[in-house]
Design a protein around this ligand. Structure first.
Ligand code: KG4
Ligand code: ZN
Length: 352
């Protein structure tokens, strides 16, 4: 089996070809960061136009690098949601056109399922497992029961973790994307200089909250002498913020491990995935939490945590193996929760 995967839901245009054994035959990722940087965040219209300009050539390169002809493909998978709908449509229409012209199955992949199943591709993790999905748009704890079967244990009631990183980075003048910039600035900073809150710490349940932490960083910055923040102030604020966010997130995970175990006695792995899973401080803290709880901890390589097409091809392959192919009139979805039965979280907008 050989699957082509396309990813266009946010600010990365990506195409990958993988085989049935899960070997990556090719992977091309084109970041749009320089196009959005002047605006301090992602501009949906620019993102959609850029995907449209680059996707065809990127797909052709991925096919050439893999040394695979279209007739050799067993299926073509594309992120069909959730995400910025203009970009999602570009990927979905391209995949449908390839599927239609070459008479191969089309696989509509939920971007979040791409992140969720990555650990099965990289580490062969068995179902069920506990997943911390932390990205720019989402922050959830899920029991991954099977392909297409998820139980949401908790979610953010306001901002997503990546959103908090991005907003605080903007506040500190560190630019976009915020996560890597905060992590770099925090390296030289004093994480104990500012006494920031740990939202939800010690509370029952598995929900998150980050908007109060963001406000506390703003207040701490405003409490400093007027004028531009010094490099040291920025580093100390970044380090204090990162430490507080990691502390709050790991506390929620420690509670979720207990909840998960009570529900799924056979599960013994915590997986972290999504762009924020690239954060070294978060990875180390989660490893410690898992050690303390006697859980196995799996964090995919950083390049497969941030948005990529390998994860879409892999999720497509898992679905194809189960016969879960989609019709060519499948509609792209701006919103597509993994657990449709979970109650919407108050204040979280589309992040539930
Ligand atoms: O999964 P992703 O690439 O795109 C979405 O599906 O949202 O996640 C992007 C998010 C951004 O908010 C970015 O700032 C954050 O992941 N991020 C990080 C790091 N690298 C990316 N956050 C913290 N530390 C990092 N090293
Ligand atoms: Zn993502």
């Amino acid at each position: 089996m050989i699957v082509l995967g396309l990813e266009t839901s946010c600010d990365e245009t990506a195409a990958a070809v993988i085989d049935g054994a899960g070997k990556v035959l090719s992977h091309a990722v084109l970041s749009q960061i320089s196009e959005h940087k002047p605006y301090g965040g992602i501009v949906p219209e620019i993102a959609a136009r850029s995907h449209l300009s680059h996707l065809d050539a990127l797909v052709q390169n991925a096919m050439n690098d893999a040394g695979v002809a279209y007739k050799d493909l067993s299926g073509v998978a594309a992120t069909a949601g959730p995400g910025l709908i203009g970009g999602v449509l570009v990927g979905v229409m391209t995949a449908k056109a390839i599927a239609s012209v070459h008479g191969i199955p089309f696989l509509a992949v939920n971007h979040l399922e791409g992140h969720a199943l990555t650990a099965r591709f990289t580490d062969g993790v068995e179902f069920p497992y506990l997943l911390l999905l932390v990205s720019g748009g989402h922050c959830q704890l899920l029991a991954v029961q099977d392909v297409g079967k998820y139980q949401r244990l908790g979610t953010t009631v306001d901002d997503a973790a990546g959103e908090a990183f991005d907003k605080v980075a903007k506040m500190l003048g560190l630019g976009y994307p915020g996560g890597p910039a905060i992590e770099r600035a925090a390296k030289d900073g004093d994480r104990n200089r500012f006494d920031l809150p740990r939202p939800m710490k010690g509370r029952a349940g598995c929900d998150f909250s980050f908007s109060g932490l963001k406000t506390a960083v703003r207040q701490a910055a405003e409490s400093l002498p007027a004028g531009d923040l010094s490099t040291k102030d920025v580093s100390d604020l970044a380090a204090s913020f990162q430490a507080a966010l990691v502390d709050s997130a790991t506390d929620r995970c420690a509670g979720a491990i207990e909840t998960f175990r009570a529900l799924y006695a056979e599960g013994n792995t915590l997986v972290v995935s999504g762009g924020v899973a690239a954060n070294t401080a978060l990875r180390s803290a989660l490893m410690k939490t898992c050690e303390d709880a006697g859980m196995k901890f799996v964090a995919p390589p950083v390049a497969l945590c941030t948005d990529n097409a390998v994860m879409i091809a892999w999720a497509g392959l898992e679905r194809l193996k189960l016969g879960l192919i989609d019709p060519l009139d499948f509609k792209a979805r701006p919103r597509w929760p993994l657990d449709p039965d979970a109650a919407p979280a108050r204040g979280a907008g589309v992040k539930a």
